[in-house]
Design a protein around this ligand. Structure first.
Ligand code: SAH
Length: 265
């Protein structure tokens, strides 16, 4: 397929975060990150198929595309007829991923940057199935996802995703390999599901604590989490810390301290 030639006819839609990758080597390199053993691969937002073309033949039976844009769907239908009913017009954020198979699943894509956090929250919803994510996102987002405690970019997504996934920042991608070029640099990350099946704490409370602490990240935990703390634990020295100082494990311990103060002391 001659992607560059066809590209002139398609006007990218800003509202859908459309920045089409034009570099074939990078496209191939992204697809190569997929682990062969996964049972289902879902591409989010295929656009004009620059990644699709490297999967459609090799892994056809287990490969699905979810694309929201009708024009892109028409284009993909015309250029990749073998996709058949594996090409799904719809919103990835609302999709029921279990209908694509019950086994291990990988999500791949050059994600629409305006909804990339929501894409990761959708992944988290299906964490029992989604064992791998290979995705291009805004560089800052990639850094945040992979950041460890102590780093300025460590935040809500770092903790919530790293609780369940090992995350690697693979490589940076320059803006001039997209049409139209985004205002920011991009990066490819790979996430692999870790061995955790149970966090060992109240998982809802864990999410509440992480969000509440980072929403006021300059404050000590004693201040940001005040509404959650009972008088018998408020003096604990862990609350002198700020959220970026706590590892995932320490957030879990903190959740147990707050959730069942008597049993952990
Ligand atoms: N993979 C292509 C296109 C990337 S641009 C490439 O690398 O060139 C992002 C794509 O995601 C666009 O095609 C856009 O239409 C699609 N998209 C945006 N929001 C979506 C959603 N909620 N669900 C599925 N696809 C979406």
């Amino acid at each position: 397929m001659n992607a560059e030639c066809e590209m002139r006819n398609v006007k990218p839609k800003k509202a859908l975060g459309q920045h089409f990758l034009t570099d074939q080597n990078i496209a191939r390199k992204i697809v190569e990150q997929l682990s062969p053993e996964v049972e289902t691969v879902i591409e989010v937002g295929a656009g004009m198929g620059v990644l699709t073309q490297y999967m459609v033949d090799d892994i056809r039976d287990k490969f699905y595309v979810i694309e929201i844009d009708h024009e892109s769907i028409d284009y993909l239908k015309a250029h990749f007829p073998t996709l058949g009913d594996h090409l799904v017009e719809g919103d990835f954020l609302k999709a029921d991923l279990s209908r694509f198979g019950q086994g291990n699943m990988a999500i791949i894509g050059n994600f629409p940057y305006n909804i990339s956090s929501q894409i990761f929250f959708q992944v988290l919803k299906y964490k029992e199935q989604v064992v791998e994510v290979v995705g291009m996102v805004q560089k800052e987002m990639a850094e945040r996802m992979a950041a460890k405690e102590g780093s300025k970019t460590y935040g809500i997504l770092s903790v919530l995703m790293q609780a369940w996934y090992d995350i690697d920042y693979l490589f940076t991608v320059h803006e001039n390999v997209f049409n139209p070029p985004p205002k920011v640099k991009s990066a490819v990350i790979k996430m692999r599901r870790n061995a955790v099946t149970d966090l060992g704490c109240d998982e809802k409370l864990f999410v509440t604590i992480v969000k509440q602490a980072f929403n006021q990240r300059r404050k000590t935990l004693r201040n940001s989490l005040r509404t959650l703390l009972s008088p018998d634990i408020i003096a604990d020295e862990v609350f002198n810390k700020r959220p970026e100082q706590l590892s995932v494990k320490e957030f879990i311990d903190l959740t147990n301290l707050i959730g069942n103060p008597s049993s952990t002391r």
